[in-house]
Design a protein around this ligand. Structure first.
Ligand code: ADP
Ligand code: PEP
Length: 270
């Protein structure tokens, strides 16, 4: 998920800037004031710590760091982006913004365009960089014919999460939703054949907003002027699709500022 330090960096590591305590299934105390469930993700900017209770979903760690970056980066005048990112032969960088399950990972994995990252980036005066060092692909219904790049990235060293398999043959069943529809494959970005390492690029040329409009309000594809793009980026009309968030079982129209309002710590205008 996140960028792994080299052996030398580990030796000279010193004090961590931020610590994640992940207690897995150990529940939050639901008798605490204002708690509505046994799951909590608490982030303290003061103590530089995040505490995860009552969930074993690995996505909480990467999205927790992403949330933190949505505070730290704007404070430095940099824009944190909930987007996939790839780059063409001419250095033309494309961003794919979208809520969970709208296709950031799938569409940024283009064999003709080296991959910078599938989910979390920052745009600064120097261009874009990936916050992470790996991808976290939804793999429900994954097939080599339709998504060969992701299929081929899954090998020893990849973590399959919530994916069903035969305990005797150890054969994986990507069609099974027995545990959840939100099955995942987490692999280092260098497992993608065309990854751009280090995961950096110039200033984006194309910005694609994956509205995933389940209600047909927008045309299937629209080319926006810069002003329209700014409007849609801030208003974030889109849909929550089934399969990531508990309780969302069919598409729900929503407005998600910057296509990632769940992770914004500051007002979108900031
Ligand atoms: N036309 C399509 N474009 C993108 N994804 C699609 C399409 N049709 C089906 N899918 C599926 O939708 C899911 C998109 O998930 P993913 O790319 O991981 O989204 P995100 O990275 O935005 O969370 C994948 O399971 C993919 O196989
Ligand atoms: C990991 C997540 O993000 P995405 O589905 O965009 O990869 C998530 O929202 O849980």
């Amino acid at each position: 998920m996140l960028i792994r330090p080299t052996a030398q960096e580990l030796e000279e590591f010193g004090e961590p800037d931020f610590v994640i305590y992940n207690a897995g299934a150990f529940p939050a105390n639901k008798y605490t004031n204002y708690m509505t469930s046994q799951t909590s993700i608490d982030l303290s900017l003061k103590h530089k710590e995040m505490v995860i209770l009552g969930t074993m979903y690995a996505g909480e760690m990467k999205k927790g760091v992403f949330t933190l970056m949505h505070y730290l980066m704007p404070m430095q005048g940099k824009l944190s982006l909930h987007s996939g990112c790839n780059v063409g032969a001419a250095g033309d960088v494309t961003l794919f913004f979208g809520l969970s399950g709208t296709g950031k990972t799938t569409l940024s994995a283009d064999p003709k365009r080296p991959l910078i990252g599938d989910d979390e980036h920052v745009w600064s005066d120097n261009g874009v960089f990936n916050i992470e060092g790996g991808c976290y692909a939804k793999c429900i219904g994954l097939k080599p014919e339709t998504e060969p790049e992701i299929w081929n990235a899954i090998r020893f060293g990849t973590v399959l999460e919530n994916v069903d398999y035969d305990p005797v043959t150890r054969e994986v069943d990507y069609t099974s939703q027995r545990l959840t529809e939100n099955t995942r494959a987490s692999y280092p970005i260098e497992y993608m054949a065309n990854a751009r390492i280090p995961c950096v690029g110039g200033h984006p040329k194309n910005v694609i907003l994956l509205a995933c409009d389940a209600f047909g309000v927008l045309p299937p594809v629209s080319r926006l002027t810069p002003e329209q793009a700014m409007y849609h980026f801030i208003s974030g009309y889109t849909a929550k699709v089934a399969g990531t968030e508990v309780g969302v079982t069919e598409p729900q129209a929503t407005f998600s500022a910057c296509f990632g309002s769940a992770f914004l710590m500051l007002h979108p205008y900031k």
